[in-house]
Design a protein around this ligand. Sequence first.
Ligand SMILES: Nc1ncnc2c1ncn2[C@@H]1O[C@H](COP(=O)(O)OP(=O)(O)OP(=O)(O)O)[C@@H](O)[C@H]1O
Ligand SMILES: [Mg+2]
Length: 360
Amino acid sequence: MYFERLIVNHLRCFDRLDYVPGEHLNLICGANGSGKTTVLEGLAIACLGRSFLTSNIGELVRTGAAGLSVQALLREGGEGGRNRVTVRKARGETTIEWDGQPVAAASMLAQRIPVLAVNSKAADLLTENPSNRRALLDRTMFHVEPSYVESWKAYRQALRQRNEVLRCGGASRDAAYWTQSLVESGSAIDARRQAMVAAINTGLQQSPLATEFGDDFGFAYQPGWNRETGFAEQLAATWERDAALGYTTVGIHRADLALRGRGRAISKRLSRGQGKITVIALFCALADFIAGHTGKRPVFLVDDLHAELDDNMCRRAVDMIVAVAGQGMFTAIRPSDLPDVANRTPSVFHVEHVADAVSS
Ligand SMILES: Nc1ncnc2c1ncn2[C@@H]1O[C@H](COP(=O)(O)OP(=O)(O)OP(=O)(O)O)[C@@H](O)[C@H]1O
Ligand SMILES: [Mg+2]
């Protein structure tokens, strides 16, 4: 899957931008503030319906404009079809169209277009609260297995209803139906997540950090309940506590991924560069997992790769990404900052030049 064309209007510094990237590897260059990250942001908005930097639409809309629009032409590899995505944002509202038809939820886009963004916040994924790590696993499964979405919706509904009984002071038998549904959908999700984490760990073992952090370098998946006790049994055992709190405290909504190496938790011991390369290795393993199951190779949006990475790590990161990405969009101030990309692609896009030409 790749972007054939991106047209943005009134996004941050761009009055209008019309960008035709190459099918595989692309390098976007320009001075500080010229709009490199904003080009990636435009691509992310086309894939996810939202920016990877902010949920505040006001920040994204160009000063003085009433709203912004992002239009993208997407192409499947080989003989695959072509689709047009349009996202408009104005007055705090987002509207999305897929081939001219309105789309109710941005999750539909995220399901169709696999994208992985390596930006300045990438390494935070390992240390911030677990919801983004869970969301990453879930988004990956949404691409791979349509029935996962059904399990996930069933789980959310069962959790909402069970919490309602807990909040209203009901007895556990009043919630029996929803508890059963929670166990069934949660167990299905847990099994898929475990299989995915096993695949991720195989990928991490081949990453540059495996030699440093040992044979067990990889993620431990904590399901959100004690496996020895069992999900159904723990839900029963925690009913009184959950009733006092008014919500369900065990389940896949409490799951987490913990990075481990040499027998200990290491997420908070990594340097920024080590964290960044680990997240890149994680994304590459996810991309491989998606491609292996769907034949779709994700788009990688990679902002300022060389920041925080030494030349050797940078080269290895580029090699890993190139091996799995459908299309790679990299940014750097100058081509010489990212020679491993610059030497492999004729598609260098100089943002300041095009932005100036468009606005003149
Ligand atoms: N709402 C807005 N309206 C107009 N301009 C904006 C708005 N938001 C941000 N900008 C400007 O748009 C530009 C955004 O630049 P961006 O972050 O994409 O630059 P960059 O090329 O990635 O720079 P760097 O090399 O520093 O990372 C900046 O010049 C910023 O001041
Ligand atoms: Mg930038």
